[in-house]
Every structure is written in C-alpha cells, then in structure tokens.
Design a protein around this ligand. Structure first.
Ligand code: S3P
Length: 170
C-alpha cells in the first residue's frame, strides 16, 4: 500500500475540505501544499504571485512536493497546478496513492463565486477561464492519478469514497 494519499484536481474541487475529513477517517496527518508554502513564506499565495510571479511560486511548489513526498502517513492536498510539472507527478505517484477529484466547471464557478484568493481566476471572464483552464488540465489530472472520484458531491461522501479506493486499490 502506498504510504500517502494525494489529492489532486482543479481549484474549488474540495481538496482541502475533503483532505481534512479523510485525515480524520484514516488517522493520517493532513498537509496542504499551499498552506505549507504560505507558512514558510509568511505571505499568501496571492501575494507571492503578485510580488514574485507564477514561475517563482511553481519553484516553491516543487520544493514542497519533494519535501512532502519524503513523509509517510500523510493526506496531501496539492495546488491545482501541481500536475503541470512532470517531476512533481512522478514523485507524488511514486510515494502516494493519487486521487483526482473531478468536478464540473459549473460546480467550480458556483463554489468560487466570491473567492478572491486565486490569482489565475482574477479575470473579468472568470467563467470562461475556468472552462478553458479545466479543459487544458483534465488530461494531466487523468494521467497523474491512480483513481478518480466524483467531487461534485458533498465532501463527506467524497472522503468516504477515497478511503475505500485507497484501502481496496492502493
Ligand atoms: C493554482 C491553484 C491554487 C494555488 C495557486 C495556483 C492552480 O490551489 O496553488 O493559486 O494553478 O490551479 P487550489 O487548487 O488549492 O486552489
């Protein structure tokens, strides 16, 4: 059995909420890659993007993935763009059971309607941006994961599904 459970998927798919519940269910330790970065930098993701740009953030993200992959007994919630880097995916897959939380663009648009913390969605044409970005990333999430779960449902139901996938298939 893989030593960690890794949650990946688009912004707003519920990785953090589901991850916390999953950690409670499994007794594993919850770790959120974006939170680790924010704590280490002493500023928000939004500030990091604004002050140093996306490329800088991606380097921090890859460093964090490396470090978290060394751990065990973790539920790791990743940022939506983690799959853009092949080395991130290789490490996460090697050490963890990677689950893709699949959501519809409509769910994301609804859940993030009032969100101002995600730089990539701070655009006047946000709905279009969600659909485009999601379309581009869908193949990457699919290729990165060991299993897919439907995350349009409630977080508790999704967490329970991931737990059985992990114990049955990992
Ligand atoms: C990003 C997703 C965000 C965060 C950053 C970039 C992305 O994480 O890492 O804003 O590229 O999709 P969440 O998926 O937790 O929102």
């Amino acid at each position: 059995m893989k030593r960690n459970i890794v949650l990946c998927g688009f912004m707003g798919c519920g990785k953090s909420t589901v991850g916390r519940l999953l950690a409670e269910l499994t007794g594993y330790t919850f770790s959120d890659s974006d939170e680790v970065i924010e704590r280490a930098e002493g500023r928000t993701i939004k500030q990091i993007f604004a002050e140093n740009g996306e490329e800088y953030f991606r380097r921090l993200e890859s460093d964090t993935v490396k470090r978290l992959s060394e751990g065990s007994g973790l539920v790791i919630s990743t940022g939506g763009g983690v799959v853009l880097n092949a080395e991130n995916v290789r490490l996460l897959r090697e050490t963890g059971f990677v689950v893709y939380l699949r959501v519809s663009p409509e769910t994301v648009i609804k859940r993030l309607r009032n969100d101002r913390s995600r730089p990539l969605l701070m655009r006047p044409d946000r709905d279009k941006a969600v659909k485009e970005l999601m379309g581009n990333r869908e193949p990457l999430y699919k290729a990165a994961c060991h299993a897919v779960t439907d995350a349009d449902r409630g977080a508790r139901e999704t967490a329970r599904d991931i737990m059985s996938l992990y114990f049955d298939k990992s």
